[in-house]
Design a protein around this ligand. Structure first.
Ligand SMILES: [Zn+2]
Length: 185
């Protein structure tokens, strides 16, 4: 089985506008700016054989102020800039009570089936508590960036920046592989 890294899109892979304490997702391709520092970091994960999956809640689709065609254009740009294997979107609003709006784990479970991932040894990277919660529900290890959106929910690691997150993730991945290899001897 393969191992995955689920990465929150807004605020990690692309920049967001702040309104008060809230992140505002880009609504058009013009507004969509990929975080340049992410590219070499994702290449390191890719080189380690990990499946890279962006996940994102986009309730604007359901609420009517984000259009699917525009979102597709943004995601085409994201795929061109970053070595992502997949981008999974929850298009629903809170009131839709869907199984995929994070903190619910639906997107992770769906990706697990689609990509044959061992979720117990997969990882979640985010700046938000909702992803840590989805990670906990599926057995993934969560690595959060320090931010105003982490709250006090369970998370496995809280780190100051994305470089530290990726270093930690690769260290965990290597030590686990070493453990698995030693069990096979
Ligand atoms: Zn949903």
């Amino acid at each position: 089985m393969k191992l995955g890294v689920f990465i929150e899109r807004d605020g990690v892979l692309n920049q967001v506008r702040l309104e008060g304490q809230h992140q505002v997702s880009p609504l058009t391709l013009d507004e969509f700016k990929v975080n340049g520092e992410v590219t070499p970091l994702l290449k390191r994960l890719k080189a380690a054989g990990l499946v890279l999956i962006a996940t994102t809640n986009q309730p604007g689709l359901s609420r009517g102020y984000l259009f699917r065609r525009e979102l597709d254009r943004m995601h085409d740009a994201l795929r061109r800039a970053l070595p992502l294997d997949d981008i999974l979107v929850c298009p629903h609003d809170e009131t839709d009570r869907c199984p995929c709006r994070k903190p619910k784990p639906g997107l992770l479970i769906e990706a697990g089936f689609k990509w044959h991932l061992d979720l117990d040894r997969s990882f979640v990277v985010s700046d938000k508590w909702q992803d840590a919660e989805a990670a906990r529900a599926t057995g993934c290890t969560s690595l959060l960036l320090e931010s105003p959106w982490t709250r006090s929910v369970h998370h496995d690691f809280l780190l100051p920046n994305l470089v530290a997150v990726i270093d930690k993730l690769l260290q965990l991945h290597r030590s686990h592989r070493a453990l698995v290899a030693s069990e096979r001897l």
